[in-house]
Design a protein around this ligand. Sequence first.
Ligand SMILES: [Zn+2]
Length: 155
Amino acid sequence: MKKYNVESFNLDHTKVEAPFIRLAGTVDGAIGDTVHKYDLRFKQPNKAFLKMPVMHTLEHLMAENMRNHYPNVIDLSPMGCQTGFYLTVFNDKNPENIAEALEKALLDCLAATEIPAQNEVQCGFAKSHDLEGAKNAVKEMLDGKNTWHKVFADE
Ligand SMILES: [Zn+2]
């Protein structure tokens, strides 16, 4: 198979088993700093997906809540394939720290009574949200917590 620039294009999506947390890439900076990109996979690729309003609400909630539990967040963004999110952090390549913070952030999502920044000033598509759907996706993700470390089905 052709080797691509994008790390996830070189991942065999038929071999993974969601949900999982996967270190998808590391960039070493010139002064000893490091940037790590994590694949937070909620849904099994090509078998299931998060509907766009669910994905959007999860993005708002997780982007906000992760930063309350983990100071090294650079960015959290949805995957276009609607099966998960990318989390970019600095100076931490330990997936266990990510898992610990993610669990806390997800528990906050379950407790949420409103969606942060759901208005036309702070969001680009304020109508497209689904809090109940997001909470259902969070429950499913948390139910799979014991296997977040296991990325591949045959591991
Ligand atoms: Zn938004």
